[in-house]
Write a protein that binds this ligand. Structure first.
Ligand SMILES: C[S@@+](CC[C@H](N)C(=O)[O-])C[C@H]1O[C@@H](n2cnc3c(N)ncnc32)[C@H](O)[C@@H]1O
Length: 382
């Protein structure tokens, strides 16, 4: 595989990728198109090289939403799926601004390296030779010149390193690992012998596994919660925070006056999942002057529209105790023809409910199934 990748990174690869692009004439590289192009290209190039070029071309197309320069990167399917999106990698790399010698442990195909390497000395380590080769190539596309080391991260001498970023694998050859499991394990990462450490983890990471003095940052791109990052005390600035990209707005979960609990007003705030995971809903309530509708439910409410990067604001057009029998008729009265159902704190089969509603109106709404002061409640929102 490495020999083929080397060849694809050179002039033969440039020719092959150009021939694939010419054959596609701007259309996507579907499996059918790959079959057709493969047959034609095998007349000129060796079959294994053509197969790899077509695989790379397909992976590049899929990775285009994650990396600006995906078109010239080399990828494995598992590698790019697990890789950090460029926008998140850049956000994280900013915390390493004062570090001069950084180790990128478990560098994969280089999704983090591309943001870490430019302008500083980075040692990229992975035990997968194909990933390591790709990390070096992909990092260079973004202007970084990393040193690479094929090794188990447990064996690496970190004496010359002043900061570590580690992104343990959460999949094995057998598929996704159980929530909380990773290779190397999170506990091992916590014990790294370097003061400045950033550990990427699944967004479901339990707050309790992060030691006192460390920060847990939850990162979302728009409303899509991407990951949790644990920052060691040398890089931490608080206990927990939510960050929303691309704006980079960040909300720290601090203690303060409890937010009042009242019935829903004319607007409902649905906090960004990063805010909910960071435990920062109360802080968002204080900042926006909004109230909670239940002690334990992560919705906020207001009588005026609220503009915040940390929540979407929905206009409430109907609100009352949950009454599933009356619901279809009520939605018809409100001229609702389609609903997105948002369920929080109330059990129910969303698919079965969808089928039972038989909607015919002209408006689209969000149907919120939740609790208000511990009573099952329904809200219809625009
Ligand atoms: C989640 S991926 C890294 C993704 C990377 N940060 C990126 O954005 O592209 C995990 C990587 O860890 C590597 N890995 C897992 N255990 C390792 C170990 N003990 N030593 C070295 N590499 C390891 C895997 O080979 C895989 O490439």
């Amino acid at each position: 595989m490495l020999a083929r990748l080397h060849e694809l990174a050179g002039p033969t690869g440039a020719e092959l990728f150009a021939a694939i692009a010419a054959g596609l004439e701007g259309r996507p590289l579907t499996d059918d198109a790959a079959l057709r192009l493969g047959t034609a290209l095998r007349r000129t190039y060796p079959a294994p090289l053509v197969a790899e070029a077509l695989t790379q071309a397909q992976l590049r197309e899929r990775a285009a939403g994650k990396f600006d320069r995906a078109r010239t990167m080399f990828l494995t399917r598992a590698g790019w799926e697990q890789a950090s999106p460029e926008i998140v990698a850049r956000h994280r790399a900013a915390r390493f601004a004062s570090a001069r010698h950084v180790a990128d442990l478990c560098c994969g195909i280089g999704g983090d390296l591309l943001a870490l390497a430019p302008g500083r000395d980075v040692l990229a380590v992975d035990r997968d030779p194909v990933h390591l080769w790709m990390a070096r190539h992909n990092g260079a596309i973004y202007g970084g010149e990393a040193r690479t080391l094929l090794a188990d991260v447990r064996e690496v001498d970190l004496a010359d390193v002043d900061a570590v970023f580690v992104d343990p694998a959460r999949r094995s050859a057998r598929g996704r690992m159980r929530t909380g499991d990773s290779e190397p394990p999170f506990d091992w990462c916590l014990g790294l012998p370097v003061p400045a450490i950033g550990i990427k983890a699944a967004p479901g990471l339990d707050h309790d596994v992060v030691p006192e003095g460390w920060e847990l940052e939850f990162v979302a791109v728009d409303r899509d919660l991407k990951e949790a990052v644990a920052w060691s005390p040398a890089l931490a600035t608080t206990r927990a925070r939510a960050t929303v990209l691309p704006s980079g707005d960040t909300l720290v979960a601090v203690e303060g006056e409890p937010v009042a609990v009242r019935d829903p007003g004319r607007y409902l705030l649905d906090p960004n999942p990063a805010v909910t995971r960071a435990g920062a809903v109360e802080e968002l309530g204080r900042r926006t002057g909004t109230w909670k509708i239940d002690d334990r439910i992560a919705f906020l409410s207001a009588d005026e529209p609220v503009a915040t990067p940390f929540a979407r604001t929905l206009e409430v057009i109907d609100s009352g105790p949950w009454d599933q029998k009356r619901l279809p008729q009520r939605l018809r009265e409100l001229d609702i023809g389609a609903v997105d159902i948002r369920r929080r704190g109330l059990a129910g089969d969303v698919d079965a409910l969808h089928k039972r509603l038989k909607l015919r109106g002209s408006r689209r709404a969000t149907l919120v199934m939740t609790r208000v002061r511990d009573r099952p409640w329904g809200l219809v929102c625009l």
